[in-house]
Design a protein around this ligand. Sequence first.
Ligand SMILES: *[C@@H]1O[C@H](CO)[C@@H](O)[C@H](O)[C@H]1NC(C)=O
Ligand SMILES: *[C@@H]1O[C@H](CO)[C@@H](O)[C@H](O)[C@H]1NC(C)=O
Ligand SMILES: *[C@@H]1O[C@H](CO)[C@@H](O)[C@H](O)[C@H]1NC(C)=O
Ligand SMILES: *[C@@H]1O[C@H](CO)[C@@H](O)[C@H](O)[C@H]1NC(C)=O
Length: 343
Amino acid sequence: MILLPIRRLLSYDCGRLFIKARKVTILLLTLFFVFSILRIITQHYRTTTSTTLNSTEPLWNLIEYQYGNIHFDDHDGTKNETGFDVSIVPDIVHYIQLKNPYLEFVTLISIMSTLRHHRPRLLLIHSDRKVLRGKYWDQVKQLNKTQTYTIIRLNHIKQPKYIFGKKLSSVYHASDIVRLRVLQQFGGIYLDNDVYVVRSLHRFRVFEFAIGWPEDQFLGTQVLICHRNARFLKLWYESYREYKPTLWYYNAGELPTTKFLEKQPNLVHREKIQFGVHYLVDMLYEEQNPFWDKMYYAIHMLARHRSHSDGIVYFNEDNIKDYNRTFGQMARLAYYGSKNILK
Ligand SMILES: *[C@@H]1O[C@H](CO)[C@@H](O)[C@H](O)[C@H]1NC(C)=O
Ligand SMILES: *[C@@H]1O[C@H](CO)[C@@H](O)[C@H](O)[C@H]1NC(C)=O
Ligand SMILES: *[C@@H]1O[C@H](CO)[C@@H](O)[C@H](O)[C@H]1NC(C)=O
Ligand SMILES: *[C@@H]1O[C@H](CO)[C@@H](O)[C@H](O)[C@H]1NC(C)=O
């Protein structure tokens, strides 16, 4: 119809031409409508399937765990203080490594601190890369062989591009989504790649959801310990229907704090200080604080936020040997097994 030769079209009188134009318009509108619907459907499909972890893979058989099907309700308002009598959260530590196949030194330090101070049964690194590379990854594989208690696995996932039909604006927002999905599938302990584990986190596995939420701030997403059915986890994920791609910490921090936690603080076990997710750059990189291993359970190392006043651009296994600030002690303890200066 659209392809009618121009000459024939021109020979029509104005009335018929008008009817033709109307038909064409209706046709175009219909096509537009159909395409829009298709687009919404495919995007929805992509958001709901893209990072679905392979649940037939017998990762679950690697650990003993029998509390996967708990359902939480509002009856006991003080459970967020007392916790359950048993550890309801599985002893799995989750890391996420998207896009970059090379493990950074600080991530190796994080993993070594987890193995040394928490000793999980299973440590999963969720990545969209089929293989990870570099000498720090080789060391992780080595650790997987030399110690036998913790099973370390690379779990392949897809990097999500959309959330509820909206395009994710960065790999950081994608990582925010992956951590919620991974926790909804397994539950466990999610750690950012630059979180140092100071002491065992087992005592927090009795809570539905334990989180670092400093006074007068939004929640911190760097340390999340929860059961896969935790009510707050679901609310948080669903709130991405209000995803704001241009705002850095809206969906990850601001919205879940103001919309849920401030109204229902019993949804989580709040740690204001001990998860170390507040600003600790000065303590880590400007001074030697002798109390770091007494005050915290975890410390967000904020490696990208330091001032470089020490002249070091990248930390490595060599320059941490005589680094005389708090981070030096932490890194040496994780890597060499001793806090003492080594040169
Ligand atoms: C899931 O994992 C199982 C066991 O490792 C494997 O046989 C199967 O092909 C995987 N399925 C998908 C969709 O990757
Ligand atoms: C760790 O060792 C187990 C058992 O040998 C193996 O299945 C797994 O792939 C290893 N993990 C890594 C990251 O190499
Ligand atoms: C537990 O929830 C109550 C509200 O019911 C809240 O006041 C309290 O601060 C919460 N405790 C912790 C440790 O998060
Ligand atoms: C580290 O050592 C240098 C040189 O000895 C010294 O000037 C500095 O005060 C020390 N820094 C800390 C935080 O101890």
